[in-house]
Write a protein that binds this ligand. Structure first.
Ligand SMILES: Nc1ncnc2c1ncn2[C@@H]1O[C@H](COP(=O)(O)OP(=O)(O)OP(=O)(O)O)[C@@H](O)[C@H]1O
Ligand SMILES: [Mg+2]
Length: 379
């Protein structure tokens, strides 16, 4: 159960709206996002406010009537569970296949309202426990192959495509993003998120709002603080971020430990950075075995060749044979553009959008966003 269930109410009878507000005022487990009286605004509001549950009055009047709205929400890509509010004279049956996840008959008490909301939320969470965001973890079993560079630029690239993006610096010990962005030492990190009751409002104080348009959750400022990051808190943080953003991108260090596995487990896609050299190939194959043993489906991992145009490495065909398939993405070398951009803490996709490397990364961003839309449509 989250700390707060986000609720949107669609009710055009002011007295009923007032009654519901009153019931919810005295408790903290439900966050009332808004009460709207016009059914035609609801689809847009769902996309904007991202409620967990919508309460719809079956008797709603106006351009879109109550039950037509329930059906519209059920068919929409931003589908959310709906509780139908009705009166005893007009009974409505619960039917998840019809998009009716719960029914409340008037009059009801605050206790009934809250428990029904929790039950519906929980049932929906079991059916789809991933939240709405797509989570992409940029990983490699080998250091220095370009994980941080790719994660930062890819996150900004996805942001450029109109998605709300949070980048998590998962290199908990050394905080690679702190180095890139040169943020002041006292800039908060994921350790500053409360762990007992994390709420959306806490994010405002802790996230670094980067000029590049994305939000960044930084790693702790000092090495020894890494030990304070627990998998349990991390999972809570991830589930909150996944409800607030469209994309969660994680930069990771080249290690396999509890924290990194928590990122990898929670991801929809592991973007594994490879390069054309023999040590990378070896570690990539060891990792592929490990992923198989953990039980990740092969489609969860997508390979991205960095510095794909660099000479003197091994034959691309050797890499392909080792991976058992063609790598999904390629990013060329960016030369001084990359070094300079990294030094200044600016993503190269913004510093020079027309550069080949920027276009390579934007292609990956566009493909991932496109697949995200398809995945959401099937939910
Ligand atoms: N495509 C590229 N073209 C040019 N330089 C690159 C490219 N990718 C990475 N670099 C450079 O390579 C170096 C290492 O990159 P980066 O820090 O992103 O790797 P990493 O995998 O995150 O390393 P670590 O394992 O230490 O976290 C940086 O100096 C970066 O500027
Ligand atoms: Mg790094």
């Amino acid at each position: 159960m989250p700390d707060q269930i986000r609720l949107l109410v669609v009710e055009d009878v002011p007295q009923v709206a007032q009654y519901i507000r009153g019931l919810l005022n005295s408790q903290s487990s439900i966050k009332l996002l808004d009460v709207v009286n016009d059914g035609s605004r609801v689809e847009r509001l769902i996309a904007e406010l991202r409620p967990d549950v919508v309460l719809v009055d079956a008797l709603l009047q106006g351009r879109i009537k109550g039950m037509a709205l329930v059906e519209q929400i059920h068919r929409s890509p931003n589908r959310v569970p709906v509780i139908v509010l009705t009166v005893p004279q007009q009974p409505v049956a619960t039917g998840v296949e019809q998009g009716i996840h719960g029914v409340l008959s008037m009059p009801f008490t605050g206790y009934e309202l809250v428990t029904r909301l929790q039950a519906v939320y929980q049932a929906a969470a079991v059916a789809d426990n991933t939240g709405t965001a797509r989570m992409i973890t940029v990983f490699a079993p080998k250091g220095g192959v370009g994980k941080t560079t790719i994660a930062f630029n890819l996150a900004v690239g996805i942001g450029q495509l109109g998605q709300r993006v949070v980048l998590i610096d998962g290199s908990i010990q050394f905080g690679d993003m702190r180095a890139v962005l040169k943020v002041p030492l006292e800039t908060p990190s994921l350790l500053d998120l409360p762990t007992d009751r994390i709420q959306e409002s806490d994010l405002q104080d802790v996230l670094w709002r980067d000029p590049s348009g994305i939000d960044i959750l930084l790693a702790p400022p000092r090495v020894e603080m890494a030990e304070m990051v627990t998998v349990r808190d991390l999972e809570k943080t991830l589930s909150l971020l996944r409800r607030v953003y469209d994309f969660v991108v994680v930069d990771t260090p080249a290690v396999v430990n509890d924290v990194n596995l928590a990122f990898l487990d929670a991801s929809d896609t592991i973007l594994e950075v490879v390069t054309y050299d023999s040590t990378t190939i070896h570690s990539t194959m060891v990792m592929a075995d490990a992923f198989r043993m953990i039980g990740y489906p092969p489609t969860k991992v997508r390979y991205i060749v960095n510095r794909a145009d660099s000479q003197g490495g091994i034959d691309p065909a050797v890499l392909e044979r080792a991976l058992g398939r063609k790598p999904e993405y390629h990013v060329r070398s960016g030369g001084p553009l990359v070094t300079n951009a990294n030094n200044e803490g600016i993503p190269f996709v913004l510093a020079d959008p027309s550069a080949e490397i920027s276009q390579d990364v934007m292609r990956v961003a566009a493909e991932l966003v496109g697949r995200g839309a398809t995945a959401a449509g099937h939910r």
